[in-house]
Ligand binder design. Sequence first.
Ligand code: PMP
Length: 404
Amino acid sequence: MSLWAHVQQGPPDPILGLTEAYNKDTFPNKVNLGVGAYRDDEGKPHVLQCVTEAEKRLLDAHLNKEYASIQGPKDFRDASAKLALADADNALAEGRVTTVQSISGTGGLRVAGIFLAQFYNFPNKDRAIYLPTPTWSNHLPIFRACGIEPRTYSYYDKNTCGLDFKGMMQDLDKLENGSVVLLHACAQNPTGVDPTPEQWHEIATLIKQKNHLPVFDMAYQGFASGDYDKDAYAVRHFCEQGMLPFVIQSYSKNMGLYGERVGALNVVTTDPQQASAIESQLKIMIRALYSNPPIHGARIVATVLNDNDLHALLLKETHAMADRITSMRTRLVEELAKAGSKLDWSHIQRQIGMFCFSGLTEQEVQELISTYHIYLTKNGRISMAGVSSGNVEYLAHAMHAVTA
Ligand code: PMP
C-alpha cells in the first residue's frame, strides 16, 4: 500500500482545464474562448505599451530585489486606491481606507475572506457570503476555503438574457440584516450584464437600509466601458452613500498583467485608527500566507499610474482593448445573421466587458468543442477577447450549426 493510495485524481479546473484541452488539440483552426484573457486581433496575447515602457524604466533604475513590505509598496497602494475610489466621500483624503497589495484579484478575495471569517460579526451561524447567480466559478472555492459558506441571490434572467433586477432586489431584501453581499463592480463575469446607474442607486439604498456589507469584486475596471471612472461608478456611489465596502482590484485584465499576479484589497472604514488596526490584522494574515507580495507587478503598476504620460497611455490602451471587444460583439451578431441564424442574438451586443453569456446549452457547447474545436465553458460563456477578425465567421457558422 503506497502512502498516498487514497488520493484520487481531482477534476480539472472548469476554466483553466479548457485551456489544457485546447493546447492538446491539433486542429489548425481551433479557437479558445474559455479563459478571460485579452487577445489582439491576431489572436495573440497582448503586452501594453505603457507596461513595456514602465519595465524599461525599472530596468534602467537598477532596483534591488529586497522584500517588499508585507502590505506592498506605498506608492503602489496609494495609486491603486486612488484609481478605484478617486475622491469618493473623501475617504482617501481622510485616511480611512486600508489598502494592501494582493496576489491579484484571487488573492485579494481570499485575504478578504480570511479577514471576514475572523472578524466579521455574521448574522448567520454558517457565515454566509451571498453571490450572484451565476458568478465566477472560483468565488465558491475561494470563500469555502476561508470557512465562509457561499449562497446565492438572483441576478441573471434567462428569458431576457439581462438582469433579473426584481429578483435581485427581492432576494437582497430577504437576507438577514448585516449579510455579506458580493457584487461585481462592472463587467459581471460570466454574464456581461451590469445594473444601470439608476439600478445601482436602488441596490445601494437597499443594501444600506439592510446594513449589509458590500464586497466589490472589481476585476475589470476600465474593461467594461473603456473608462476607469465610469466602471468604478457603483463602488464610488456606495462610498458616497456612507457605506464601508471592501473593494478588490485586479491588474490582470486592464493592464494585461495576468501572470504578474498584482492586485489590491481596499477596506473603507470610518476613521484612520480603524484603518490602521485593520491593516495590522491583514498584515498578520498575509505574513502567514505568503509573507510578502511579489515586487515586479506592483512596480509596473505604480510606475504607470504615477506618471502622467504613462497613465494617459494606459487609459488609451484600455479603451482600445474594450473597443476591439465591442466591435467583435457587433461582428459576431452580423455574422450569425449572415450565416442564416434566425435566433435573436442581440444580447451579445447588449452585454458588457470580456464575456458574453450566449445562451448556448451544455449540449450545444459540447458540440462546439467536439465538432468545431471551439472551446468555451459549459455554461455557454464566450470570452469575447478570444474572438477576432480571423475567427468570427467560423465561430458564427459553428454557433448557427449547433443551434439551428
Ligand atoms: N474576479 C472575477 C470576477 C474574475 O473574472 C477574475 C478573473 N477571471 C478574478 C476575480 C481574478 O483574477 P486574477 O486573480 O487574475 O486577478
